[in-house]
Every structure is written in structure tokens, then in C-alpha cells.
Write a protein that binds this ligand. Sequence first.
Ligand code: GMT
Length: 381
Amino acid sequence: MKIGIVCYPTFGGSGVVATELGKALAARGHQVHFITYSQPARLDFFSANLFYHEVSVSKYPLFDYPPYELALASKLVDVVRFENLDILHVHYAIPHASAAFMAKQILATYGIHIPVVTTLHGTDITLVGQDPTYKPAVTFSINQSDGVTAVSHNLKEDTLQHFDIKNEIRVISNFIDMQRFSLKAKDHFKIAIAPNDERILVHTSNFRQVKRTQDVIRVFEKVHQKIPSKLLMVGDGPERAYCEQLCRDLKICADVRFLGRQDAVEEILSVCDLFIIPSESESFGLAALEAMACKVPVISSNAGGLPELNVDGVTGYISAVGDVDAMAKHAIDILEDDARLNQFKENALAWATKFDLSLILPIYENFYNEILSSSKGKAHK
Ligand code: GMT
């Protein structure tokens, strides 16, 4: 198949899923074309089957807001025509699904009928998509997609509840490359972070408000009072400065390290004992899955799709959003006993294997085939 993938090229979860999916499809012999405004963060090597097409947006002085969506639609038309693509897969509805719809209409005038698959990732539905500024366009473009997927059952339910959707939504969960995300021998790093064999807690995210990163600090402060421990905060974003200030206020700076954005997250996770994800809203929680694949149990909120990933009392614990006391209590429960901690670690790894890339990839391939055979025309004439 010749597949066009549209995504955000940054470190966000939807871009990571899109890029990893594209890489895996290319490894299976498909030709994969990424179409976005800069090289996706994880597309950092050469493969004969992988292509990258940059969308450049003209910055004419008249434009207070350069029309990215139009530029993307035009680029999609160009790439579909020139590369004879069979299918377009757009990740994150805004504005990718509506750009794909426009491209599809333009292509139809050339006699080209290309099916569009839209994958809903989370905030495109739970947050941004519900803003009246975008809602009618999001609803329309989801309904116009030839196939729609959501990354958890909860996200599917949310979509059906908040939007007037006529299409079937297929749940295809996030996945993990267990070869990359596995326990790595990084003892020197562990010694550097926790020289006295303290427990290591970790959080990775884009530090947006929805992640409730200050709750991570508050949970850690309570754990730290009972258990010798360190906290690693990985990633960057608008909440980071507030978190750093909170650490100062709580006088725990010496035991909290802010590492910023990191490429080799699996190496950091490999030395950690507990992952904290207290999000307000989380469609799936890819960051938690990455931790579990590296044998790190999870303390999470009960938001969105997190209970589909984190099995309460087995792979970690789940608490209500904002219940910092319960999260700290559960964290202490796991961390205070070596045998219990080891059991949770084993359970986290075992559960993560259910989301192995090798299991999820064929589901996407079958879905593409289903959409291709049910769509009226073929992509290239
Ligand atoms: O987590 C983020 O804020 C990034 C966001 C994105 O779209 O880039 O992630 C969303 O998509 C991921 C991949 O499908 C999911 O694992 C995350 O749970 C989801 N984030 C939210 O729903 C907040």
C-alpha cells in the first residue's frame, strides 16, 4: 500500500503514535509518506520506504493567521497525485481531518478518489474539539472520513457523547515497541540519580495543564516524607515553571530533577520504580504504557482511558483526579516493600505486552484494507 500520514511532528503522543505506526508499516513493505510542517521528531533515520513531504505556509503580510490548513490540503493534493497514494491516514482531527476532506474534494475533480482514515487521539475531542470555534468543523470532518478510529473505548464514548457522529468509530489502542521500550542496564545512571539506593519516581509529559503536573510534585512530597526517594520530571511545557516553584516552596528541590525533553526516555524509565500520571483528561496514556513496558508500575488518576491501561491493584493504582492523598498512599504502599514492588513491576510488564506493536499493527493494516475495499474508488486512476 502507499499510505499518506498526516500528524503533528512534535513530541506529543499523537505524533509519536503516527510516526511509530508509519515506521512499522514501512518495515512491513508499505510505502509511507509523512506530510507535515517539519520532520517528525522520531523520523530520524533513512528507510527506503519512508518519505517526508514538508508543508510550507506562505507568510504573506496580509495574513494575521497564515492558513496552514489550506497549505496542508494543497500539499495533500500534490502528494496524492504525484505519488499515487492509496489512502490517507490523518492523526488528530484538528485541522487534519478537515484539510483531508478538502483535499479529497479537490482530488475528486481530477477523478481521483482517495479514502481518508481519521484517528482521534484525545484533546482533539475532549478539549479543543469541543470549543464552539471548532466543533461544527470537527463533527463534519469526522463524519466525512471514510474510516474513524479512537485510541480507547473511553475516547470513543466521549466522541459519541459530545458530537453528532454518524460514522462507526473503531477502537484501536495505542501500542508500544517492546524492543525499544524494555529494561536497559543503566546502573551508572541510577547511581548518579539515587546514590543511596533511593526509590526513583518519574513523570513524563508535555507539562500542559491537563496533565496536573503540580499533583505529581505534591504526591512526591508526601511519599518523600515516608520513603527515601527521588523524582525525575521529564519533558517541558507551560506548567514546568510552576512545578519548579512548587518544589522550592515545599523545599524538595534537592530531590527533584527536571530533565527537560529527552529522546531516550526508555533509558530513564529503566532506572525508575514508579510512574505518576495524575491527568485531568487522558484518552489513553501512552507515556504510562512506555513506563510499563520498562517494568515501571503506574499511579494514575481515573481520567479517560487510563483505567483501560492501568489495572487497579495489579499494574499500579487508580485514584480520583486531584486526590493527591490517595495517590501518595498507594505509591507508598507499592514502594515500601521490595517484594510487593517487584510483583507490581512484573505485572506492569506483563500487561504492557498486550499492547505490543506486533499485535496492533495488523489491526491497522486490516482496517486500511477494509476501508479501501468499501470505498467506492481507488486512489489512483
Ligand atoms: O498527551 C498529550 O497531551 C499529547 C496528546 C497528543 O495528541 O499529542 O496525546 C494524546 O494522544 C496520545 C496518543 O494517542 C494518548 O496516549 C494521550 O493519552 C492523549 N492525551 C490526552 O488525551 C491528554
